[in-house]
Design a protein around this ligand. Structure first.
Ligand SMILES: [Zn+2]
Length: 363
């Protein structure tokens, strides 16, 4: 393992490593960029580079195999670690549950602070846990590292964080990961240095996918790169088979609505969207896919086919665009939003999908 495995934004990574080499690394760092652009991966790599026990040639790097690198690296699968922490809290007695905040810690000197459910905000008790040990010298590392994975803070939590940033200890670094740094208090922003990760060029993502998924065709790699909007993390985790299935169903729903004759095919599809957690995921997938197809239809109707993302089914989309009008697509988008709201209220999924498709016929 080394920084060479981080994809894209070479200049940002180099600037951070140079700051580390000169011992000028800021105590407060805002890492901004879209979902999947590698903010968390890079923050964790920096934590490893700060504490790696294997000396590097040239700019600071990390080996991935020493005891510090290994333990810090165990936090890399954030979704799993987060789910474990939530599960552990659920198992507690009611009284203890209230006092337990979600944190991820795989190394004594490195603490990851995710948003605390159900509100999914950083809460003041989480920041208090940071305050409780940030002023002690690290036990096994050179640098204490704190990674806040969201910029959504409760007010009191943001104020506590601000107090730390006003006088951070010399041996601590705080990373704030933000899709939108504007959500952070201006007083927090002014005490941090911001590094911005730009979305990657589609071609760079396609090259990355070629190594990861040699079994995918070039058209499929282009599709995933376009759908991921420049976010390499999202592209790497993209579930292509699930997307293809959902898209075939979404196309059938839309053509049934536009052609409006035989409903048996439509009902056969919507029947497969059942209640339960699986069905919920599947339906959410279908709704997202419907949105992406409607968006592509808009691009076609506006005469900007270059922006179409589902490039591999251009012919099907072209056919739909011939029967759909601009108003129809807009209306479909609004009705889709109604279906989403209905899902949140737990209305029967297959019924609301049927209602969606049939209501569009009359639009
Ligand atoms: Zn190491």
């Amino acid at each position: 393992m080394s920084f060479s495995s981080f994809h894209g934004n070479d200049d940002v990574v180099r600037r951070m490593r140079e700051a580390l080499a000169r011992e000028r690394f800021p105590h407060g760092v805002i890492l901004s960029g879209p979902t999947g652009s590698g903010k968390y991966t890079l923050a964790l790599m920096m934590a490893q580079a700060m504490n790696c026990l294997t000396p590097a040639d040239g700019l600071p790097d990390f080996c991935g195999t020493c005891s510090n690198c290994t333990r810090i690296g165990q936090a890399a699968d954030l979704d799993t670690r987060f789910a474990e922490a939530v599960e552990a809290r659920e198992a507690l007695r009611e009284t203890d549950k209230k006092e337990t905040r979600i944190l991820v810690q795989t190394h004594p000197d490195v603490l990851v602070i995710p948003p605390d459910p159900p509100q999914m905000l950083v809460k003041v008790d989480q920041v208090r846990r940071v305050i409780a040990n940030i002023y002690y010298r690290p036990a096994e590392a050179r640098e204490r590292v704190y990674i806040f994975t969201t910029s959504a803070f409760m007010k009191e939590a943001a104020n506590s964080l601000l107090k730390i940033l006003e006088e951070p200890p010399e041996f601590a670094t705080l990373f704030l990961l933000a899709e939108n740094p504007g959500a952070l208090l201006p007083t927090i922003r002014s005490r941090c240095v911001t590094f911005t990760l730009a979305p990657l060029e589609s071609l760079a993502i396609e090259q990355d996918l070629a190594g990861l998924h040699p079994e995918w065709t070039p058209a499929q790699r282009t599709l995933v790169a376009r759908l991921s909007g420049g976010a390499v993390g999202r592209a790497r985790g993209f579930d292509l088979p699930a997307y293809i299935t959902a898209r075939a169903n979404a196309l059938a729903v839309l053509s049934s609505a536009l052609e409006g004759n035989d409903h048996s095919a439509l009902f056969k599809i919507t029947e497969t969207y059942r209640a339960g957690a699986d069905g919920r995921d599947k339906t959410e997938h279908l709704l997202r896919t419907l949105y992406s197809l409607l968006e592509d239809l808009l691009w076609l109707l506006e005469g900007t086919p270059d922006l179409v993302r589902n490039t591999d089914i251009a012919r099907d989309l072209g056919k739909l665009a011939q029967t759909a009008s601009f108003t129809w697509v807009q209306e479909a988008g609004e009705r889709l939003a109604e279906v989403e709201r209905g899902m949140r209220r737990n209305l029967l999924r297959s019924l609301s999908l049927d209602a969606f498709a049939t209501s569009l016929e009359r639009a």
